[in-house]
Design a binder for this molecule. Structure first.
Ligand code: FA5
Length: 341
């Protein structure tokens, strides 16, 4: 009898898998549990067994009956849930749709673009895969010039088709200086936000892929005072009205004179704190007056026009603005980080 019960169990479990609606479920229930159902008949035969076997098989049969009933009820519930899920109840609260958000670098880039638009600067793009010519040579950095070692470069195996020049991933948005001059001529006011690449080992402040924001202004009689004025206004826009600018000489082959630009620390107002590493100043950019050789490469007469250029580390500005302590968060893809902005 135990073997018969096992067989019933197997058949039942097999059949219930094929049940697709309430009607076939009910037929199956009848087949096993109705008065003349297969399981009911067997249970009725228990009384003919001797006492000992009846106790043993009876226990087994009862637990089997309960088990199969449970499966039956679960299937009944599943079927009715499937059915009701087709029904739309407009009174239920809606599910919140996750819409995503802008990356913090994009947020600050847009703010800075708007700010520079008020000063008459257009925002333009330059290529990330660049020829050696625009990234270095046109910027007064000739082949084998030691200044090339200032930026560790990712070179690409193939060559530029027209000029047979080496290709590389741009190391600086300055690559767009000469391109912009050739395209738009003088006078010119433009900013170039974009990605740059350097073959550097990474740490909390250095990435192999990072953002810069270049600025170029060319017109007649442009001098360092104009550069300082624009940068001071940028500092105030970014970090508040009390922000001061400090410049110190720094060599960049494409500007003369070349300068390093620092803003007074917005957190401690120059007194010294954790953010500015107790110096009171935040180093954020390189800048200077555009070298006459670069103006010439851009088809602009250095006797008539002069200009300035600057290059901000954009990631750096964003890190300071939001108090982010590791640049590697930007490309981590970690949603816990990104959802804060
Ligand atoms: C330049 O790249 C010059 N092109 C800037 C310039 C433009 C000077 C115009 C004069 C005129 P530098 O290598 O210092 O300069 O980089 C500028 C800024 O980019 C740095 O201050 C820093 O904020 C950022 N930067 C440079 N390398 C990295 C890096 N690996 N990771 C993150 N930010 C970086």
């Amino acid at each position: 009898m135990k073997t018969k019960l096992e067989k019933i169990k197997q058949d039942f479990l097999q059949s219930i898998k094929e049940v697709k609606d309430q009607k076939s479920l009910s037929d199956l229930e009848d087949k096993y549990f109705s008065r003349k159902g297969e399981l009911s008949l067997i249970l009725r035969q228990l009384k003919d067994l001797d006492m000992k076997t009846r106790q043993e098989v009876g226990k087994f049969a009862n637990s089997l009956k309960n088990e199969l009933k449970e499966v039956l009820e679960k299937t009944r519930k599943d079927l009715s849930r499937e059915k009701t899920s087709d029904v739309v109840d407009p009174t239920l609260p809606g599910e919140k749709i996750s819409t995503g958000a802008l990356h913090p670098i994009t947020i600050v880039r847009k703010e800075i673009e708007d700010f520079f638009a008020t000063l008459g600067f257009m925002s333009i793009d330059g290529p990330e895969l660049e020829s050696d010519y625009y990234n270095f040579t046109a910027l007064n950095v000739l082949a084998h010039h030691p200044a090339r070692d200032m930026q560790d470069t990712f070179y690409i195996d193939s060559k530029d088709e027209d000029k047979q020049a080496d290709l590389l991933m741009r190391t600086q948005t300055s690559n767009t200086q000469v391109r912009a001059m050739l395209k738009h001529g003088a006078p010119l006011r433009a900013i170039v936000p974009g990605r740059c690449f350097r073959c550097e080992s990474t740490d909390a402040r250095h990435e192999h892929t990072f953002y810069q924001l270049e600025g170029i202004l060319i017109d007649e009689n442009i001098n360092l005072a104009h550069l300082k004025a624009v940068l001071e206004e940028t500092g105030k826009f970014l970090y508040g009205p009390n922000t001061k600018l400090r410049t110190r000489p720094k060599y960049f082959p494409f500007v003369e004179p070349g300068l390093n630009g620092e803003f007074s620390c917005f957190l401690c107002q120059g007194k010294g704190c954790r953010v500015c590493k107790n110096s009171g100043w935040l180093e954020v950019l390189g800048c200077g007056l555009i070298h006459p050789n670069v103006l010439r490469a851009g088809g602009i007469d250095p006797e008539k026009y002069s200009g300035f250029a600057f290059g901000f580390g954009l990631d750096r500005l964003v890190m300071l603005k939001y108090d982010i302590n590791d640049i590697r968060n930007f490309h981590s893809g970690d949603l816990r980080f990104l959802k804060q902005f």
